[in-house]
Design a protein around this ligand. Structure first.
Ligand code: SF4
Length: 426
């Protein structure tokens, strides 16, 4: 499609960044994978981050924990591997329900160069086949918080069985209710069989091979995409299933990959699409004509900018993303009308200068930046909230638009204005 942002020169910045680390992903992954355990090999800081991000949930049997590296480990005075083996043996003895154990690296484990890949091999040999031990990094060094899920799923791909069957693999951890909606739509269109990565239980894991077609549900799964391509699977390239338009295009791309014509898709999606459009229209009354600035954080920026500009009438000033992945984000850039600055990476002070110069109606950013910007009279939306809230597919499209309308309504109320009159009054 001409007129999109695909040919817009990308502003690349490499400077100080303000993001959470990949350990955050454990909060949603442990809910999804019901027989997995995430053992962070890290410091007390890592343990605190996890506990506060999890809202200090007190489970009888939590599915994540931290093996704390003490000072003597960090100083190389003790063998952290011996301690880790002991911790894992204790854990698996106490928790025979665990089928997959993820050793999750952190900044401290990376700094002391603790080889968790070797540890995972050693522990798999000791505790397999009942328990599969994998490893990935959730470290905050040069990463952003959604990379934790990407690294986790990518670590699973080499361990999946081989198949020659033609199957659709749905990739990305969705809340169960949203995943069920997606599976129901795909079944109605006639796409089968469909498997999910991650599966709810290790025994349900997909097998993959050259006839696997995979569709990503999250735009931050670049490493997983690469790992699946290495296994010979084929990516169904499409916009992501956010909003009525994105969901429709995503479903139709899936149908086409399975030789199903667009008429069948049109017929199945007509009613839920109409419902979504109606729900979006209600929130769009507040959003229409407003400007939005995305700071790079969740990696959801491109598809959300596409949704907000095309379906809610917003105007994007700058769309920043930590990483711009041509295969994943290309279909989104094709659809976003030329005009906004497209930026990759961050130099936070320079970017804040641009926010202050543009004074957008809404800035999507991390928690650490939101309060200072609010104090300067700018409305903000926390990027991390978008990952913790169900926002995919038709039934959530209205909620997704409403998430962006809420801060604008709040500010309008504080100013004693009608929310839809905000721009006119300014
Ligand atoms: S992994 Fe690094 S950034 Fe994340 S909590 Fe631990 S020390 Fe902090």
């Amino acid at each position: 499609m001409s007129g999109g942002c695909k040919d817009t020169p990308v502003l690349k910045e490499r400077g100080q960044r303000e993001v959470f680390c990949g350990l955050t992903g454990i909060i949603w992954l442990h809910r999804k994978m019901q027989d997995a355990f995430f053992l962070v090999v890290g410091s007390r800081t890592c343990a605190h981050l996890l506990q506060s991000a999890a809202g200090v949930m007190i489970f009888a049997e939590p599915r994540f924990g931290t093996a704390i590296l003490e000072e003597k480990d960090l100083a190389g005075m003790d063998d952290a591997n011996t301690e880790l083996d002991r911790e894992v043996a204790r854990l698996l003895e106490r928790r025979p329900d665990i089928r997959q154990l993820f050793l999750v690296g952190s900044c401290p484990s990376e700094v002391i160069k603790l080889d968790l890949a070797r540890a995972a091999q050693r522990l798999s040999a000791a505790h397999g086949p009942a328990v599969r031990v994998l490893n990935y990094s959730g470290s905050g060094i040069e990463t952003t918080f959604t990379e934790g899920e990407d690294a986790c799923l990518a670590s699973m791909v080499p361990a999946l069985q081989e198949t020659q069957a033609k199957e659709l693999l749905l990739v990305g951890a969705l809340p169960d209710v949203v995943e069920d909606q997606a599976l129901a739509l795909l079944a109605q269109i006639g796409i089968a069989p469909v498997r999910c990565l991650p599966a709810k239980r290790a025994a349900l894991d997909a097998a993959i091979g050259p006839n696997t077609q995979f569709a990503l549900t999250q735009p931050f799964l670049g490493e997983t995409h690469a790992a699946l391509i290495r296994r010979g699977a084929q990516h169904i390239s499409a916009p992501f299933p956010f909003g009525a338009e994105g969901t429709t295009l995503w479903l139709k791309a899936g149908a086409a990959a399975f030789g199903i014509g667009p008429e069948k898709g049109d017929q199945v999606v007509a009613a839920p699409r109409a419902r979504a459009e109606k729900a979006i229209a209600a929130a769009a009354q507040t959003l229409r004509g407003k400007s939005i600035f995305f700071m790079p954080d969740s990696q959801l920026e491109m598809p959300l900018a596409r949704f907000l500009t095309r379906e809610c009438g917003m105007r994007a000033v700058e769309i920043g993303t930590p990483y711009l992945h041509a295969d994943l984000h290309g279909p989104e850039l094709d659809l976003i009308a030329a005009g906004p600055t497209i930026s990759e990476g961050q130099d936070v002070d320079l970017q804040l200068d641009r926010v202050r110069a543009a004074r957008p109606d809404l800035t999507v950013c991390g928690l650490g930046l939101a309060n200072p910007l609010e104090a300067e009279g700018l409305s903000t939306k926390w990027a991390i909230e978008l990952v913790f809230t169900p926002i995919h597919f038709y039934e959530q499209a209205g909620d997704l638009a409403a998430l962006f309308a809420r801060p604008l309504r709040r500010r309008a109320l504080l100013r004693g204005q009608h929310p839809n009159m905000l721009e006119a009054a300014e």
